[in-house]
Design a protein around this ligand. Structure first.
Ligand code: AVI
Length: 323
């Protein structure tokens, strides 16, 4: 790869501030008010999310890592070799690195909404794997995913899409279906999807994971109001909001909210919005799946078959799905 310098590609209006501001404003003026979880991840939000992943209560990261470590060879046997490894929402990229060796990756394609994360992962990866070609794609994949042109630059290498961390859970099942279908359309005949999905479990365990004792998740949640203030020229006071995380068994999801402690009015990019005491802003859903419910979703998205791995408690699921 030494003769091919790392490339940067931007697809779509990743950073169109007007579009972002309009979307934020619309959500906050609706009833109930809502903010898309993608706004969590400014520099501060990314740092808080990294801290969440280390929390005693937040089991998903370490459970998934343990599954990967324990079953890496078996999982890798289900994947093609000499691949283009497409890391969706790559963050710092660290979860990818052991796999690049396992599948003799020829190319790493990191996809993330955050150019800051891309630059971190990209630099770290290119230093560590001098023989692998590195491509960073800045795009918002809550919008339709189109990586065809990027991947067709290397038609000889099969594709593995890697989507760990149960990030799929932050989409509603119907949005998840759209993304899974679109990934499938990128796989060609020999490609595979390697995905991590958080499982349904005891309500108390789930709620503790999203409302930890030292308040890191609460800080992560409240930080989104600072993002809104910056992007929308708004005047939320995060101290006026309480963090709430409840498991809704009917929808099989954690719902995170910010609850106004007193009635007050907020200025939102030229508009005013009154919040009653106790009124909630929905900031995130985190859907939880059983082995069966996620297998059914994969099937509905058109995947022909999938292998499954889990931990002893069955808390977290890893799938390799074939188109
Ligand atoms: C990124 N995502 C998978 C996390 C989750 O568990 O839904 C985000 C998160 N929200 C609160 N804690 C972690």
């Amino acid at each position: 790869a030494a003769d091919r310098p790392p490339q940067w590609i931007r697809i779509g209006a990743v950073e169109d501030p007007f579009q972002r501001a309009a979307e934020l404003q619309r959500g906050l003026l609706e009833r109930p008010a809502h903010i898309s979880p993608k706004y969590f991840y400014d520099a501060q939000g990314c740092a808080l999310y990294s801290a969440i992943c280390e929390l005693v209560e937040y089991y998903p990261t370490r459970t998934e890592t343990a599954i990967f470590e324990r079953h890496r060879d078996a999982i890798a046997r289900r994947l093609p070799r000499e691949v283009q490894w497409v890391d969706l929402g790559c963050g710092d990229g660290a979860k990818s690195w052991p796999w690049l060796t396992s599948v003799q990756a020829r190319r790493w394609v990191g996809v993330d909404i955050s150019p800051e994360w891309l630059s971190i992962s990209f630099t770290a990866g290119a230093r560590r794997f001098p023989d692998v070609e590195f491509t960073g794609v800045a795009t918002d994949f809550t919008r339709p995913l189109d990586l065809h042109a990027v991947l067709e630059q290397r038609p000889e290498w099969p594709r593995v899409f890697f989507y760990p961390g149960s990030s799929i859970g932050n989409f509603t099942p119907s949005q998840a279906l759209v993304l899974l279908r679109s990934v499938r359309a990128h796989l060609g005949r020999d490609g595979r999807l390697l995905i991590g999905v958080d499982g349904v479990k005891d309500k108390a365990v789930l709620e503790a994971a999203y409302d930890d004792a030292i308040g890191v998740t609460a800080a992560f949640n409240r930080n989104v109001l600072r993002v809104v203030n910056r992007e929308l020229d708004a005047d939320f006071d995060p101290r006026r909001y309480t963090h709430r995380a409840c498991f809704d068994g009917r929808h099989s999801r954690i719902e995170m909210q910010l609850v106004a402690q007193q009635a007050h009015t907020v200025h939102l990019g030229g508009q005013r919005r009154h919040f009653e005491a106790g009124e909630a802003i929905v900031t995130e859903y985190s859907y939880k799946y059983t082995r069966e419910s996620f297998s059914a979703l994969l099937q509905e998205a058109g995947y022909s078959h999938a292998q499954h791995w889990s931990d002893e408690r069955g808390w977290f699921h890893v799938f390799v799905a074939a188109p």
